[in-house]
Design a protein around this ligand. Sequence first.
Ligand SMILES: *Cc1c(COP(=O)(O)O)cnc(C)c1O
Length: 351
Amino acid sequence: MYNIIPKYIKNLTGYQSARKIGGNGKIWLNANESPYLSKLSISFKKLNRYPHFQPEKLLLAYSLYSKIPKKNILITRGADEGIDLLIRVFCERNKDSIITIPPTYGMYDIIAKIAGIQNKKIFMLWEKNISINRIISNIKNVKIIFICRPNNPTGHLINKKTIYSILKLSKNKFFIVIDEAYIDFCITDNLSGWIKEFKNLIILRTLSKAFGLAGIRCGFILASSKIINIISKIIAPYPIPYPTYKIAYSFFSPKNINLLKKHIITINFNRFWLFHKLKKIKLIQEVFTSYANFILIKTLYVKKIFFVLQRNGIIVRDQHNVPMLRGCLRISIGTHSECKKIIETLKNLNS
Ligand SMILES: *Cc1c(COP(=O)(O)O)cnc(C)c1O
């Protein structure tokens, strides 16, 4: 896969930050930092110093959680930064393209636009799975295919066999990025184990969804070590804020991982409960099967349902203007009493 990387990236020497160069001593005067520790009451020491490029302890913690070696992990400021890095590292402005399979997560398109990269959209209804032939006929100048799995906003989990076929046909030609932002809700379906076999497979993860840490901005890129090293050259010099690292790391204690697993079981149960209750609501035509912490519904009364929910203090995501999602609303899975409130609000609604 190395041969398809733009020359100016291959020849680039990444920024040599003071923290990367390192050294031994007590008086640090090589990075224009303040020598004074700020007197914050929260016990974040060392806030006067730049953080480590890739905090070792957090790498190790995520390595244990994901069962992926440290050398195959890059910590990023959320999965969004991961998307941005991948497009910037593999695609040449005004020349290369990406493929996306809408309806899907909107940031692939936005970041491609910013980077001057064409996004070839292959619209497909996820329920029917994706057609490999339509991908093949579009691969000219394509460097990356983004596949969101489970897909946002449909919740669909494209099947493993299809991904495997796409990986095989794309070997040495272009990269397959599997966005696993929601995979923690169905972790046994994750594809990280295939990174060894496919050098063109890249996986995105985040602590923003199942971990409940959207506020700290922390995500991960999983890929072959060669790819991780290439991306390291273009990421910001100090990408992971020290408080982010400290908070993220604390969430990988055995106690917190147990709590995370409990929360995931609860959310999955609530989704199951809500799915069956929504199916019985008269005004809803279709409830899509979901593997994530949200459910997409389709209704002829989209405005009515949206506003009735809103009047009752429940805010859901309107997808009505998204191509192929006419009449759709996306409902995130909350606590059981929140799910109950949705059903109580919609139960006696008439057209
Ligand atoms: C939320 C989301 C992201 C972004 O996650 P951050 O880590 O918060 O940047 C990426 N991909 C998908 C599919 C998402 O839903």
